[in-house]
Design a protein around this ligand. Structure first.
Ligand SMILES: *Cc1c(COP(=O)(O)O)cnc(C)c1O
Length: 357
């Protein structure tokens, strides 16, 4: 791929953050973006890295009306010896293509996407925060850019990558958050698009999210759409329940987003002497487990928040406290190990790291 690089005028360089921990998640962007276009005769063409700027879109283009959009989220870490590290980026690129297929969008060449990300980050290296717990969040996005008000798949698309230096996802940092269980609303049903990272899933979740926020909870814990019985995920994170030394997460049933952090936790647990299983759990089992003390910890997993301990949850207007509202030992152990891996501080024995030279 031959990327056209539009130079950034010296005076367009934005001032860096002073303290990344004071910057709300995803509110600050770097100086440049990657952009590439698609149409039927040419396929993907004109890959460009240029100063970050607004897109110019016709108000009738398909993404704005029917939501044909997909995205990814991955991170670059400032590792040992000033090395910039990507964590399992090939997994994000593969998932992006799976999302594209589900949303009738054109797939991308995996190597091209990797090259786009690497080249962009090389140019934006000064934006990767040199601090544990902070990183450069990478947001590849594809939108339907053809104009039309008839419901159909677009013939034209834009693919772009923007970068955002970030600290912790939740204002709580690595402190337990509260989850709100709802039976009134659902996130995704089997046969729908819950498995794809597509904008509509998040738009559909906002209403219940607002209810949760008003009641003082960070996120909604979603139940399955059919029976409203089995716990699925948290809408930006997958969810694990610890029964002492055994951690349990839902299998990928078709309505859950298959997280890369989820997959990593399942794989590293064994090596940390933790038993990890994929098994459906009903909300009743979970409530009983919390009440009996059998459930010793709950935590979410996702790129944005890495491991996010859960201190309490609300179900049927009752509040249930987990592990006295404190960070539990398994959450702490997995968090430390995952970060050690991501920042290149321990041996990369899974071969998960991609270094940007
Ligand atoms: C992105 C996302 C996750 C977490 O996936 P990771 O690959 O671990 O970042 C979980 N659930 C939903 C709905 C998501 O969009």
């Amino acid at each position: 791929m031959n990327i056209n690089i539009v130079p950034l005028p010296e005076d367009r360089q934005k001032p860096l953050f002073k303290n990344i921990l004071d910057v709300p998640f995803g509110s600050m962007f770097t100086d440049r973006m990657f952009l590439m276009e698609y149409n039927k005769p040419e396929g993907w063409h004109s890959p460009t890295i240029k100063p970050l700027e607004n897109l110019s879109l016709h108000p009738g283009c398909l993404v704005l009306h029917y939501g044909q959009e997909i995205f990814e989220g991955l991170k670059a870490f400032y590792g040992k010896n000033n090395k910039i590290i990507l964590f399992r980026p090939e997994m994000n690129i593969k998932r992006f293509n799976r999302s594209a297929e589900r949303m009738c969008m054109p797939e991308l060449d995996e190597n091209d996407v990797m090259e786009a990300i690497k080249n962009l980050i090389k140019l934006e290296k000064r934006w990767v925060p040199n601090q544990r717990g902070a990183s450069l969040y990478i947001r590849p996005t594809m939108i339907a850019s053809e104009v039309g008000l008839g419901v159909r798949a677009s013939k034209d698309y834009l693919f772009y990558v923007i970068l955002s230096p970030v600290g912790p996802y939740y204002k709580e940092g690595f402190n337990p958050i509260g989850l709100y269980v709802t039976k009134d609303y659902i996130r995704a049903a089997k046969g729908g698009v819950g498995e794809a990272k597509t904008g509509g899933n998040y738009a559909a979740s906002l209403y219940a999210g607002e209810i949760a926020h008003k009641k003082g909870y960070s996120q909604v814990l979603w139940l399955d759409a059919q029976e409203r019985k089995y716990v699925e995920e948290v809408g930006a994170m997958n969810i694990f329940f610890a029964f002492r030394n055994r951690i349990v997460t839902s299998p990928l049933t078709g309505s859950i987003l298959g997280g890369i952090t989820r997959d990593s936790v399942l794989k590293i647990s064994n090596d940390l002497g933790i038993e990890a299983v994929e098994k459906q759990l009903s909300i009743d089992e979970i409530i009983r487990g919390i009440e009996s003390g059998e459930i010793t910890e709950i935590f979410g997993t996702g790129t944005a928040a890495s491991i996010s301990p859960v201190g309490h949850l609300s179900y049927n207007d009752r509040k249930y406290i987990i592990n006295d509202g404190k960070v539990g030992p398994l959450s702490q152990k997995l968090y430390n190990f995952l970060l050690d891996l991501q920042y290149g501080e321990i041996e990369d024995k899974y071969n998960w790291l991609t270094y940007i030279d």
